[in-house]
Design a protein around this ligand. Sequence first.
Ligand code: PLP
Length: 450
Amino acid sequence: MNPTVQQLTDWDKRYVWHAFTQMACYEPLIIESAEGCELIDIEGRLLLDGVSSMWCNVHGHCHPAINAAITEQLNNVAHVTNLGCSNSTAIRLAKRLADLTPGDLNHSFFCSDGASALEVALKLAFQYWHQCDSPQPKKTSYIGFEDAYHGDTIGTISVGGIDQFNAVFKPLMFPVKRLPIPDRRVPAEASACAHHLRLLEETLQQHHETIAAVVIEPLVLGAAGMIVQPAGYLKGVRELTQKYNVLMIADEVAVGLGRTGKMFACEHEEVIPDILCLGKGLSGGYLPMSAAIATTEIWNAYLGDFGEAKQLCHGHTFGGNPLGAAASLATLDLFETEQTLAQLPAKISRISEHLTKLKEHPHVGDVRQCGMIAAVELVRDKASGEHFLWTDRHGHQVCQFALNHGVWIRPLGDVLVIMPPLSVSLDQIDKLCEVIAAGIHHVTQAKDLT
Ligand SMILES: *Cc1c(COP(=O)(O)O)cnc(C)c1O
């Protein structure tokens, strides 16, 4: 007999340990199915997927083309190891990514999660300096950014900068030089870009001999609250890494695959990193699939006779899994057949129209947007930018309101995230933003009256 809704709810609270969730006060939302941009929960409620199921869905749920590609692959073989062995689907994906990525980012190391792709990138950069033409084995450290997010493994929290998540793990983390990133909520906006590039240059001047790589989320710091970098910053970072002979790792796990309006965020600034990491949307958000894509310069440093032992000793059991690769190829095909990127400008401007209106609200301190990524930041006091008490969970309350009005979104503290699948319709954007506006009004008005 199938379990009842009540049983599933009870078991979910008792037996499933959810990510980033206080299980003592967890209230289950149980999804049974989905179609397009809508999720359907166990009680049959239709919910607009306002955050692409944690920023990863691209062309909508249950897309017939992606489903068919996975099914076809399933009927051939579900899994093949990539340790000294291959499968035709992963090979085709690697070729496709080599053609699609800028420059000579031609060599894909496949993993399963974003964090594992970042771990590979960190190791690739580290070992590169031992094996490149003029080895610099003292390059053993990294430069990262305050509030950056690259995943939750020990290596990725070391280069990440969200102290609120990671303070307890400090003793496990390796030291990283951490710099602030320009944030336009901070005054002196106009000079921010130059100022922060100067900070980076000072650090590189002093420490470049010990720095293997700079690790950056291009254009937008996601988990930090969708902090958008000023134009020219990414390009400036790239120029400085080249000037000081340091590698650049671009973490496009969140911003890659069309999110910013172009296929890769780096393309906005004509930047070609040394290693580009993809995840989340790579498989359309269907299956675990990620990649660390390296340039030929890095690839070459790992080539040699067997006895030289220059290979990267790293692997994940399901890296390059053919089901994930099939979903990824179908996802890339859909960018062409559905002309996904060509449809985005209209959707992006529709979102900005809504943001312009939302910005007027007395409890909206800032609105931010980069392509199909948008955020609305709630504040207690608009003039001073003073925030609400984080424990009052205003962001969460707005999301609860939205849930009761057919929209599923997840906040980052008091920052509301608007990040629907790229296939979202203009009507759905209207609904998403109107419900958020009503939610903000509802939650903050209640506050003002008390
Ligand atoms: C989500 C995310 C990661 C981690 O990916 P997982 O698949 O959750 O391990 C890394 N970097 C960025 C920028 C992300 O948004």
